[in-house]
Design a protein around this ligand. Structure first.
Ligand code: GAL
Length: 682
């Protein structure tokens, strides 16, 4: 079964509406709803007094309607009584302001009172519903990521630091506290990063974000374990959210959930929305090491700065199926019914304010039908021969002040690399430096692939012919060594600027950038020359460098492209180095989308990696999952696509061969056995 549904908040509605909700869910083919995500103040109206009558009734009603439930623990939004009883459980900002209730996520994860209250409500829910026949999944909390800088956090941070660094000498060394007289002589002197006079110590900030990720994970694990004890057969997850503000290292959390669930809200409306969707799906699959679940996305209006954007007809279906094609076990939305009031009253829903007689609900009915039809074939794997490195701590390290350019943007850089491969039609995975990068022992079970414990995701580095690193700023010796082995054994490595620069503590690897990869790349970068906004630097292949340039010296590598302007005229810009049986490329300038795509296509051709469906029209995206071939037409006219073999339209059940026409803005799902699918990814 594929999951299809979304957040359902019956507590916002009079009970008379519930039967209509269930009837509409059945009409749309909804198979599952997330229930109770923000229901704490209803379930526990005062401390220790529980009211489960309404939840009992809605669980039963859903069950009678054949709808499964992802039952949430409501711990992301403590009720107002909690605040008054436990003011120390409220979060404090870096400026020292203690927040109060009135929104959501008003808790400090390090406050014992909050943790105890969260355990209590989770225990009550487990005791009452762990064996309810509607229960398919536990949905713990909502989008962990809340930040707090209070004194309770300070003491938890210090304990975490003691475990990580052992003693203060090691911490002082790791944080380079000799700079600006920051040497700590007592653990009690260490605070969470708080408002300070000028630039904070970047290593301090980085460790705090790692701490917060672990601290939040501890809160999740606590709930997970008690839910599991109540009924080990029910899978448990929490919904991951992406964003620069989120101090959660999802690659590390992934092994703690039974299925990786991800909220993804692509906001681009300028034709990049498709690439953003593909990026979100591929990254989620990487975290999961296979199948994952799209837990939330917007059914219609998308938040874009200054103005919401209504989805074009067909986009809901196209994007939802794209997540499924990229490994999701279904498509779920925020939310089922658009609310009458509350902070997100204009956020889109499957049943909008205007009711079910609307384009969005009609499209949902069609989508529900399609998902049901393809469900029996949709459990396969997505294969890729190219992987991009992703590292949350590198992102965090590149968010501080004091960097060489204000426009350094980790997410944008990784997305650009993914977009280049996406536009080339080359399937792409993500891989993650292993836990050794944070100075801890690696997890049992991570030791797979030629990357060993040093790279996780899928099967380490083993399945890949090409690995691309973009802004992977921090790297451990172990992860760097695994990449070296990967190249020596015949792999193709592409390293862009700002990768391999520092150790996991953020200390620069000396002797020339990128210190972790100088030998494998056969280059030495002696000077960074960030470009002023809006300026470019000419390259001798006719392309332009954007945002960034460097003075590169070769030490064994051949120069493929040279700078052709500024003081760098004639100096190497893009290099290629034979290393063992493999090849390592260094790309020192920033490139625009087309130039990057052309370069990666050249690397792919050399490595023998081909697009999934060579010769497809450019507006058509092809994704293969198991034996299903998904064709997405993002263009405004019908597209004729030549097929590599014959198969069956998985929706209409009609035989297809030679070519098919995918309607404008439409999707075609073809069941094509491997023996027919001749153009493999290499
Ligand atoms: C998610 C969140 C939902 C809702 C949604 C709006 O991040 O989990 O509760 O707020 O965003 O887009």
């Amino acid at each position: 079964m594929l999951f299809f549904g979304g957040d359902y908040n019956p507590e916002q509605w009079p009970e008379q509406i519930w039967p209509e909700d269930v009837a509409l869910m059945r009409q749309a083919g909804v198979t599952i709803v997330s229930l109770g995500v923000f229901a704490w103040s209803h379930l526990e109206p005062e401390e220790g007094r529980f009211e489960f009558g309404r939840l009992d009734r809605i669980m039963d009603l859903l069950h009678d309607g054949g709808i499964r439930v992802a039952l949430a623990t409501p711990t992301a939004s403590p009720p107002p009584w909690f605040t008054l009883a436990h003011p120390e459980g409220l979060p404090v900002t870096a400026d020292g302001v203690r927040l109060t209730h009135g929104s959501r996520d008003t808790y400090c994860v390090s406050a014992p009172a909050y943790r105890a209250a969260a355990r209590t409500i989770a225990t009550e829910l487990a005791a009452r519903y762990a064996r309810h026949p509607a229960l398919a999944l536990w949905h713990v909390h909502n989008e962990y990521g809340t930040d707090c800088r209070c004194d309770l956090t300070a003491s938890a941070f210090r304990s975490w630091l003691e475990k990580r660094h052992g003693d203060l000498d090691a911490l002082n060394e790791s944080w380079t506290t000799a700079f600006w007289s920051q040497r700590y002589s007592d653990w009690a002197q260490i605070m969470p990063p708080r408002a300070t006079q000028y630039l904070p110590n970047p290593a301090h900030v980085l460790d705090f974000r790692r701490f917060l990720s672990d601290e939040l994970l501890g809160a999740f694990v606590e709930q997970r374990d008690l839910l599991r004890e109540a009924n080990p057969a029910v899978p448990i997850t929490t919904n991951f959210v992406q964003g620069g503000w989120v101090s959660v290292d999802h690659a590390r959390w992934a092994s703690e959930v039974d299925i990786v669930a991800v909220d993804h809200y692509p906001a681009a409306v300028d034709g990049r929305g498709e690439a953003e969707t593909a990026f979100g799906g591929d990254l989620a699959r990487g975290w999961a090491g296979g199948e994952w679940l799209l837990m939330e996305t917007a059914p219609n209006l998308i938040y874009t700065p200054g103005r919401m954007h209504a989805k074009e007809p067909g986009r809901l279906t196209r994007h939802s199926l794209n997540y499924v094609a990229r490994g999701s076990r279904g498509a779920m939305y925020f939310q089922w019914r658009q609310p009458r009031g509350g902070a997100e009253l204009f956020h889109s829903a499957l049943v909008p304010h205007a009711g079910p007689d609307t384009p969005v609900f009609r499209e949902a009915i069609g989508l529900g039908r399609t998902l049901k039809t393809i469900a029996p074939y949709a459990g396969g794997e997505v294969e890729a021969r190219v992987a991009i490195g992703w590292d949350a701590p590198s992102w965090w390290a590149l968010q501080g002040g004091g960097l060489p350019a204000a426009d350094i943007d980790y997410l944008a850089a990784v997305q650009q690399t993914h977009r280049a491969l996406y536009r080339s039609g080359i399937p792409t995975d993500f891989v993650f430096p292993g836990r050794t990068d944070s100075g801890e022992a690696s997890r049992a079970g991570d030791a797979v692939g030629s990357g060993g414990a040093a790279w996780v995701g899928g099967a380490g580095l083993r399945p890949y012919k090409i690995v691309v690193l973009t802004h992977l700023f921090l790297i451990s010796d172990e992860s760097a060594a695994a990449l070296r082995e990967f190249v020596a054994a015949g792999g193709h490595l592409v390293v862009g600027h700002l990768s391999g620069i520092a150790d996991p503590a953020g200390r620069i690897r000396l002797g020339g950038y990128p210190g972790a990869f100088r030998d494998v790349l056969g280059v030495r970068v002696v000077e960074w020359r960030p470009l002023a906004p809006g300026t470019t630097i000419a390259l001798d292949d006719g392309e332009q460098g954007v945002r960034w340039s460097e003075r590169v010296e070769t030490a064994g590598a051949e120069t493929v492209v040279r700078y052709a302007g500024d003081v760098l005229a004639g100096a190497p810009a893009i290099t290629r180095n034979r290393f063992g049986a493999g090849v390592a490329w260094y790309v020192s300038p920033g490139l625009d989308d087309d130039a990057l795509r052309r370069l990666l296509e050249r690397v792919a051709a050399e490595a023998g990696v081909t697009p999934l469906l060579p010769g497809r029209p450019p507006e058509v995206e092809a994704v293969r999952r198991g034996e299903l071939l998904f064709l997405f037409n993002h263009g405004s006219g019908p597209a004729v696509v030549a097929l590599p073999g014959s198969g069956t339209n998985a929706v209409t059940k009609r035989a297809v061969s030679e070519s098919v026409t995918v309607p404008a803005g439409g999707v075609m799902v073809i069941n094509m056995p491997d023996r027919e699918f001749k153009s493999r990814t290499g």
